[in-house]
Design a protein around this ligand. Structure first.
Ligand code: GLC
Length: 745
């Protein structure tokens, strides 16, 4: 018996487990299912068990993989989406292999399948988990009839660095918003009870991947355990509690331990402490990459470490397939661990109904795509996700007879879809140009000015000529899809190419200029704000980006999106996020560069935490977004001024629409724990809700927050609510509002 394993598991459970003995499994499958799994497991050979733990990428053709499938060496495939070929794959597995175990088919369905919704960062900007759940359910309704069973989504990586291209794929910087979105995606994909119309969710990338050093993808992370538990793990824990069926380990090493071989993290926290009994899959060759990390000398040791860590399935390293039998003979791995891995895999296959109905009807698959429900939900998500950052009366467009549409993103059907859009079809994309031509009851001029976002030009004569004939200008700028997503980090976050010059030239015409930014990340757009009278920010909006944005621009509905990440003034401010710990020397409005006299004394500026050139504030804080009206908060009161740890805080407030348009406010509740056994953040989001009011309407409302939501991992490694003083805000973003005090005893 490998004594090291026991020591590690004991350390893991001691060092990381804060809970009592292993809780019940999280999949909640039930005895009949367990009986089926045990029965099948008992009939499997060692080779067949190991075959189930092997996942291969198999797209475009069947023949090269037929023999391996027939021999029971493939438990799952990814990257095949053709229903006819998927039926062929299944027929080999079900009718030609000894035990007829169906193949689990995975795909990256990240923000819709064929009907593409905004990228996840855009979905987060809606602060509308119910809409996110609807979108995920519609993605399942499109993909499952085509023979896809498993999506490698939702991505739950907290991201505080916009240089990291994969900030596009997650729900931003806040653990509570991310956790709400995580639960919504899981419930949407899987349904309340996973079955033959579900997609198994795959929560990823476990864990801490978004803290890649320098925002450089695949770089290492340095996240101490307390920060990991208080910031990076809560979305995963929420998703596990919501019944997520699978999880993916991340590429990064954290403090020297690659996640795929990190037993304290996967076996210790995920399995032992949270009781997760779903399927754990590696990321693409992340098992093999432990060799490149210098963490294991070879693939055999990588396979051993991965199994020991709690991994069930190997994506594209072939490490389990090649070495587990030998490792077992050498008594370096336990048969019990192999059996446990295969149980997790078989349980997912049974829960998804694969044994009962492994085949699909290609005709039904086709008719499941681009339904009116999907297209209208995508359009609504676009409208709710766009963030109005500036508006000096230019929006919504009124009294405009001739509109100039310009910019490289105005009619870019591929780039509008954003990253992770393998299965989107650009000819189904409705661009802003097409939508405006259909929806605007005036004359639309179209002169792009730039063919693509990286293009460099020194002048735009044809655009300016057209602007002279127009009453207003809509300039669609931003990032091509390739500029964000996996492995696509940027060190400069300004609008790329000559887009800022285009905006400046348009501003000089004196016509009202509305900039619409489509990007995969929060860009540093401060220098562009003076060039436009209004700016609408749309994280790559997907298939229905045009109609959704036109609904906002033409005033059919008001923007309500809020920033799910902090927008910086310059990339030099990275990392800057709202829920930072309080410094011992917080900024006190000290002088900035252009206010500092010559020969200023060494200590004349005061010693606090800020940049001499860029101060201490971002361009737009977390949770920020304007609408076509104004909202006012008043009468903010708590039902008590002191609470016990098992109580529920009931905060009441009045919201007023003081403007002329119906609009929706995302009401946000933040809390600060004034003193803790460890330093606490200056504030943390603890609740939010969308409230729609007519012009002039006032509404008395209330939100409840269980005191337990204020718990955190303190100095003793336990998660508790520590007694003491707190402050609470109810506001429309993370930077405004007056705090209300309360106590927890
Ligand atoms: C990629 C990504 C992961 C994705 C997987 C399969 O490298 O890191 O998010 O699900 O491989 O495509």
């Amino acid at each position: 018996m490998n004594i090291r394993y026991f020591v590690l598991a004991a350390l893991a459970s001691a060092a990381f487990s804060c809970a009592s003995p292993k809780p019940e499994g999280t999949l909640g499958a039930g005895s009949e299912l367990d009986r089926k799994v045990e029965d099948l497991l008992s009939r499997m050979t060692l080779q067949e068990k190991i075959g189930q733990m092997n996942q291969i990428s198999a797209g475009g053709e069947v023949a090269p993989y037929a023999a391996a499938i027939r021999e029971g060496k493939v438990g799952s495939i990814l990257n095949e989406v053709d229903p006819v070929r998927l039926n062929e794959f299944q027929r080999i597995a079900v009718e030609q292999s000894r035990l007829g175990i169906p193949i689990l088919v995975g795909r990256d369905i990240i923000h819709g399948y064929r009907t593409l919704f905004p990228i996840p960062l855009g979905i987060a900007a809606t602060f509308d988990p119910e809409l996110a759940r609807t979108g995920a359910a519609l993605a399942a309704a499109e993909a499952r009839p085509g023979g896809i069973h498993w999506t490698f989504s939702p991505m739950l990586d907290i991201a505080r660095d916009p240089r990291w291209g994969r900030i596009a794929e997650g729900s931003g910087e806040d653990p509570y918003l991310d956790a709400c979105m995580a639960e919504a995606f899981v419930r949407g994909y899987q349904g309340e009870r996973p079955g033959s119309s579900s997609l198994a969710a795959c929560i990823k990338h476990f864990a801490g991947y978004g803290a890649a050093e320098g925002g450089r993808d695949y770089a290492g992370t340095q996240i101490p355990e307390r920060l990991l538990r208080n910031v990076y793990l809560p979305p995963f824990e929420a998703a596990v509690k919501a019944g997520a069926m699978t999880l993916m380990t991340s590429f990064n090493e954290n403090d020297g331990l690659p996640s795929t071989g990190n037993a304290p993290l996967v076996r210790g926290i995920l399995r032992e402490e949270w009781g997760f009994d779903g399927l754990v899959v590696t990321d693409w060759n992340s098992m093999g990459e432990m060799i490149a990390h210098g963490f294991t000398p070879d693939r055999k040791e990588a396979a051993r470490q991965a199994l020991e860590a709690g991994v069930d399935m190997d994506m594209m390293t072939f490490g389990f397939l090649s070495h587990l039998e030998e490792l077992l003979k050498e008594r370096k791995v336990r048969m019990a661990d192999i059996d446990e891995a295969v149980r997790h895999i078989l349980k997912v296959k049974y829960m998804l109904g694969l044994f009962d109905s492994p085949y699909v009807d290609p005709a039904a698959a086709e008719s499941a795509l681009y339904t009116e429900d999907a297209l209208s939900a995508a359009r609504r998500t676009v409208a709710e996700s766009a963030i109005l950052l500036k508006n000096e009366g230019a929006l919504p467009l009124k009294g405009v007879r001739t509109l100039l549409v310009t910019g490289p993103m105005a009619d870019s059907p591929h780039d509008q879809l954003g990253t992770w859009s393998f299965d989107g079809e650009k000819d189904r994309t409705v661009t802003p140009l097409r939508a405006l031509r259909e929806q605007f009851d005036g004359n639309v001029l179209y002169v792009p000015g730039l063919k693509y976002t990286r293009e460099v030009r020194t002048s735009f004569p044809e655009v300016l000529e057209a602007a002279r004939k127009a009453d207003a200008v809509l300039a669609f700028v931003g990032e091509e899809a390739i500029l964000s997503g996996e492995a696509h980090s940027l060190a400069d976050l300004n609008l790329i190419g000559s887009q800022s010059d285009l905006l400046k030239a348009l501003k000089a015409t004196g016509k009202p200029v509305v900039a619409v930014v489509m990007a995969g990340r929060p860009l540093t757009i401060e220098r562009d704000l003076p060039s436009c009278d209004a700016m609408l920010y749309s994280f790559h909006p997907g298939t229905m980006g045009g109609p959704g944005l036109a609904d906002l621009l033409l005033g059919k509905t008001s923007p309500s999106g809020k920033t799910p990440v902090t927008f910086l003034r310059t990339v030099g401010q990275v990392p800057m996020y709202y829920n930072h710990n309080m410094s011992g020397r917080p900024y006190q409005n000290e002088k900035l560069l252009d206010e500092i006299g010559l020969e200023a004394g060494q200590t004349s500026l005061g010693n606090t935490s800020y940049y001499l050139d860029y101060g201490a504030s971002p361009l737009f804080p977390f949770g920020f977004g304007l609408s076509y009206t104004n909202f006012a908060f008043s009468d903010i009161t708590l039902d008590r001024d002191c609470y016990g740890k098992d109580d529920v805080i009931r905060v009441s407030y009045t919201l007023s629409n003081t403007g002329q348009a119906e609009a929706t406010e995302v009401v946000q509740v933040y809390v600060r724990d004034l003193v803790g056994s460890v330093v606490r953040p200056v504030k943390e989001l603890k609740a939010f809700e969308r409230v729609t009011l007519a012009p002039g309407e006032r509404k008395a409302l209330s939100i409840e927050i269980p005191v337990s939501r204020l718990s955190f991992y303190g100095r003793n490694g336990e998660r508790t609510v520590e007694p003491g003083g707190f402050l609470l805000w109810v506001a429309g973003d993370s930077a405004t509002g007056e705090p209300v005090p309360f106590e927890v005893r």
